[in-house]
Design a protein around this ligand. Structure first.
Ligand SMILES: N[C@@H](CCC(=O)N[C@@H](CS)C(=O)NCC(=O)O)C(=O)O
Length: 251
């Protein structure tokens, strides 16, 4: 008993040392080591799903870290690894701590994509693929989240009168899909992985009225049928959405 207790105390002390090591603020992009080639710090139904989805599409092995059913706990763990910017996704990729899902996806494609999920460089599809790779966070997510926060701060009512910036961004995406199957043109690309989160957020939170964006809805259904997406769901969202923020009220 006594020696078991001593070992337990020693293990706790070692764990504590490990915790302190990782809890020290890391410089952005710091090399931090680690055992796995790709470690994804995740919280259920958050943007970190994009990285899991891409890894599944490309067949990149990964270690997924989150507390099942405990989004707050998952974020607490992320902050231990990355106290300066405790966001999902945070990853350790090739020993380097990285944030910003679009950038992480780009680095993964450059290093391991072998041309997959990116249109040919000289094709017009490449231009729109890159546009939507960045539009997803730079315009759509930024505008839709701003709409949501503005509405929450002013009574929680879904905006349904004058077109908001987030709705404009949804309309532009919907217009593109009127003539293209995917955001990278005719083939599924990483731009589709980037675009799913903010389009789904816009609809789910009632920022945008789904009846106005039928092409987006059809595209969402299409991409969510992909086997890699379903593998992502099984690994990263096994119990559905956990602790979702409240949707705006539709009157
Ligand atoms: N632009 C970043 C956004 C990351 C982000 O804000 N993620 C959310 C989860 S979907 C988060 O971590 N929120 C918690 C926080 O900001 O403290 C990306 O695409 O990775």
């Amino acid at each position: 008993m006594c020696s078991f207790k001593a070992v337990a105390v020693l293990l706790m002390a070692l764990a504590d040392i490990g915790l302190q090591t990782t809890a020290q603020a890391q410089a952005p992009g710091a090399m931090v080591g680690g055992t796995a080639h790709l470690v994804i710090y995740h919280a259920e139904a958050r943007r970190s799903e994009r990285i899991v989805w891409l890894a599944e599409e490309l067949g990149i092995p990964y270690e997924l870290k989150y507390r099942r059913g405990d989004v707050a706990g998952s974020f607490a763990d992320i902050r231990k690894v990355n106290p300066g910017m405790g966001v999902a996704p945070t990853v350790i990729y090739d020993g380097q701590l990285l944030v910003e899902s679009g950038a992480i996806i780009q680095v993964m494609l450059d290093r391991e994509g072998k041309g997959r999920l990116v249109p040919k460089l000289k094709s017009p599809d490449y231009g729109t693929h890159m546009m939507f790779m960045h539009y997803a966070e730079g315009t759509l997510a930024a505008d839709v989240v701003a709409d949501y926060r503005t509405a929450m701060a002013t009574g929680g009512k879904a905006p349904r009168d004058k077109e908001t910036d987030g709705q404009r961004a949804m309309r532009y995406a919907n217009d593109y899909l009127a003539t293209h199957k995917y955001f990278g043109g005719s083939e599924f690309s990483a731009a589709d992985i980037m675009m799913l989160f903010p389009t789904a957020y816009a609809i789910r939170m009632n920022v945008a009225d789904p009846s106005k964006y039928p092409n987006v809805i059809a595209w969402q259904d299409r991409v969510q049928e992909r086997p890699a997406f379903k593998r992502m769901l099984a690994a990263a969202r096994p119990d559905g959405r956990v602790s979702p923020p409240p949707a705006l009220k539709v009157e």
